[in-house]
Write a protein of this length. Structure first.
Length: 248
């Protein structure tokens, strides 16, 4: 295998949707050593019709040779780090390992209540659907964290609560990232709409936006996965009493 410092390294952010991947992607892109795709690789015009067909079906095959060829037309191969962050990649790390070398991964998750808020608000999902998807993501990311080598595991919370320390961890993981700017402003769509601002923890705002019946619906699923939630150091929010729920 080629030495990591003798050629570009592929860096894949494995992160569920609505869990901070865009923030991390933009932070990583402040490094002069990083070449990022102009958008998530799955949304490039040459690939969207391929990668957005059954994106979360593990048994749906993808033409990785063709995908890699397209991505490499967009990346600047003269940069030490080539970055990609499409969320469905988190169910396909072993396929990525088979086609990209040398490769490293960042595995990131977010409080499941905050993630579920985004899934419900942006996709109009029911609490049950959002909760089940969130638990699939946490379980898969736990598997990824345990199985993948050359991987840094972080949380959204650790990133936004102490960006400088998070950048230090990222630089220790890949020294080419040592010039990232944790004080930069980023334009990102969030619960507040599209804003340009410094790295900001939005969890409390997102969780506060959940209604009592949404929390109850989420908990009906989350309570079946307490060990998975605890493995990431998250906790269940107490289910509000029935008289706090909205009438159907």
């Amino acid at each position: 295998m080629a030495r990591l410092d003798s050629m570009s390294t592929y860096l894949f952010v494995l992160c569920p949707p609505y869990s901070g991947s865009t923030l991390l992607w933009k932070l990583l892109s402040t490094s002069a050593n990083v070449s990022a795709l102009p958008t998530e690789g799955q949304f490039l015009p040459e690939l969207e019709h391929i990668m957005r067909e059954k994106p979360w079906r593990r048994d749906h095959p993808l033409p990785w040779i063709d995908i890699k060829r397209v991505w490499e037309r967009y990346w600047d191969s003269g940069k030490p780090v080539l970055l990609e962050k499409s969320p469905p990649n988190l169910i396909r790390p072993h396929e990525i390992l088979a086609h990209f070398d040398p490769v490293r991964f960042i595995v990131m998750v977010r409080n499941p209540y905050a993630q579920a808020e985004g899934l419900m608000r942006r996709n109009n999902w029911t609490p049950s659907r959002a909760a089940n998807f969130s638990m699939m993501c946490l379980r898969t990311q736990l598997d990824n964290a345990n199985a993948l080598q050359d991987t840094l595991v972080i949380t959204y919370e650790s990133l936004v609560q102490d960006p400088a320390t998070a950048c230090g961890q990222l630089a220790d993981f890949m020294p080419a990232l040592s010039d990232m700017d944790p004080s930069a402003n980023f334009e990102i769509h969030s619960i507040d709409g599209t804003r340009n601002r410094p790295i900001t923890d939005l969890n409390s705002r997102k969780i506060a936006a959940l209604t009592a019946d949404q929390i109850a619906g989420l908990n009906s699923v989350f309570q079946q996965h307490v060990e998975t939630i605890a493995a990431w150091d998250y906790e269940l929010i107490p289910t509000p009493p029935p008289d706090a729920w909205t009438d159907p």
